[in-house]
Design a binder for this molecule. Structure first.
Ligand code: ADP
Length: 263
């Protein structure tokens, strides 16, 4: 079986374009909905046209839901960057991760040693990890379970470069790998996964915005996102984030936090 690699790119422009289209589309949908409501008034339950009109109405409602999600996705988000220890963040999010994956899934969080600090928006980075875990759960559902491993490690710029990143900054990097034993992806799927709205999930189950969101978050933090998958075996998504050299002030704050934790 061939292994597939995929890198997110060109997504920001697509996201912005999609946001503009979504806005206009939203207005058009409103017009359709108002007309449909009017027709439903004239053809109430029992009328031969009622069920078709009702079906149009429901489809328009679903379309409106998608547009709302796309607007939320492309809206310029404000990121609050702070110095973070990934170990702390994963501990905080582990309860939620456990709830997201199903009982048939083993969840294993492997903390690497001497991890560099990072600068990122805590809530956003948690969202990114949660989105990856939710996809992993969905991929394993059909396979009757498996393991979900979230593994952190310290790597250097060369390792990031060999993963496929162009011109990574020299120095320490943090890798967060999310590995599942799900159904994996073929080449055609891998080429599209970072596109907003691309989904292979059945209607109503997926929006196709999960990975596009993860990509946006990683990009904001100066990082890279890669996928590596094998059909029938599983998938690994790896987030690479540049290490952050703390200022003196930050160092003493972090030390105080450490002391506070042990008391
Ligand atoms: P959604 O989850 O709503 O479909 P995403 O952007 O999160 O949207 O994912 C897009 C597609 O990428 C999914 O529909 C699926 O085909 C594929 N995918 C994402 N993560 C995985 C995974 N861990 N294993 C297999 N396929 C995946």
């Amino acid at each position: 079986l061939e292994r597939q690699f995929s890198q997110a790119n060109k997504m920001q422009a697509v996201g912005q374009l999609a946001g503009g289209v979504a806005h206009d589309f939203n207005n058009l949908l409103t017009a359709v909905r108002l007309n449909c409501d009017e027709l439903l008034n004239r053809h109430p339950v029992g009328d031969p046209d009622y069920s078709e009109l009702q079906s149009i109405n429901q489809t328009v409602a679903r379309a409106a839901g998608l547009v709302r999600k796309l607007l939320a996705f492309s809206r310029k988000q404000t990121f609050r960057m702070e110095t973070l220890e990934i170990g702390d963040l994963l501990s905080d999010v582990s309860v939620l991760l456990r709830q997201i994956v199903e009982e048939t899934v083993r969840l294993d969080i492997k903390h690497g040693r001497d991890l560099p600090l990072i600068k990122a928006d805590k809530g956003q980075l948690e969202t990114a990890i949660i989105n990856l875990a939710a996809n992993a759960r969905d991929a394993m559902r059909d396979n009757g379970g498996g393991s979900l491993i979230v593994k952190t490690s310290r790597i250097d710029a060369d390792a990031v470069r060999s993963a496929g990143a162009p011109n990574p900054r020299e120095g320490d990097w943090l890798a967060i790998a999310v590995t599942d034993e799900g159904h994996g992806m073929d080449k055609e799927t891998m080429e599209k996964i970072f596109e907003p709205f691309f989904t292979t999930k059945e209607a109503g189950k997926g929006t196709g915005l999960g990975l596009a969101t993860v990509y946006g978050i990683v990009k904001q933090s100066g990082g890279f996102l890669f996928a590596d998958s094998e059909v029938g075996k599983g998938t690994t998504f790896t987030i690479y984030l540049p290490g952050h050299e703390p200022t003196e002030e930050e160092t003493s704050e972090l030390e105080q936090a450490e002391v506070a934790k042990t008391v």
